[in-house]
Design a protein around this ligand. Sequence first.
Ligand code: ATP
Length: 299
Amino acid sequence: MLKVESVTKYYGEHLAVDNLSFEVNDGEIFGLLGINGAGKTTTFRMIIGLLDKTSGTITLDGKKIDYSETDKIGFLTEERSLLTKLTVKEQVIYYGILKGMKEKDILEKLDKLLERFKIIEYKERKIKELSKGNQQKIQFITAIINDPKLLILDEPFSGLDPINVSLFVDVMKEMKEKGSSIIFSSHRMEHVEQFCEKLVVLVKGKSVLSGKIKDIKKAYRKKNIHIIGDVDINKLSKIKGVVEVINNEDEIIVKIESDEYVNEVFKLIAKCENILKFSVEEPTLNEIFINKVGETYEG
Ligand code: ATP
């Protein structure tokens, strides 16, 4: 388990991370969210010991993370950190050996991963000849070549198309099933909703929303009702507990104060014609964020 306790980081006078605490259990995928400059990279760098904390503690399975732990950690950096003159094979062997692996095991694993990521034909090619997306795949492969117990991914999906995002996510889910702790950063809420169970949202280095996504959504009592049919929008807006009615081309979205008002809306809909849909849905994380922080999240 990774435990981050009351961690603070100042760059000179500038407070980049402010008393941050969270835990990532074995077999858990954890999202660290925040717009540019929120403190995500600083947090990761402190976890792997590339940067000193100003205060606080960080432990992996109860032990401080130092050089002896690095074999258990995989790290994908935000900026490209590949040696572009090397071939894919040379690069991965280099990283694998740094992680204490034998060359034979590295090559076996590399072939499997290159097949999995559909880039086996690039094995002997120089990194600089690869497209950005394929370089990102190689960076991901180097981060997971040693089956790390703790996998840290700084913006792993940036620049990837949706097919490749789901390829990365599938591999992350498999590693989670095998017991790895995975922590990744993103500035896109929808990435997180799809596959991770816990998150922290940072604003100027401070956690503004944290915990299990399920619990965050449960605690946030506002709901959205999606309706398709002939409904009098005016009457809908006047129902007690209705905060907003959005009349989209394909459906009407009714935002209500809490689920206790569903019935009132339903009573009106029951009297309407041609109702094709009536469903009560939880708000998106982005909506919760906007409501809590009072500003748009998408960075
Ligand atoms: P991004 O999504 O843009 O990568 P981030 O969430 O990773 O952003 P950080 O890179 O951790 O954010 O930066 C957090 C804050 O600390 C920012 O205000 C940044 O300007 C500042 N900062 C980062 N590195 C340094 C440094 N070496 N010296 C001084 N300030 C820094």
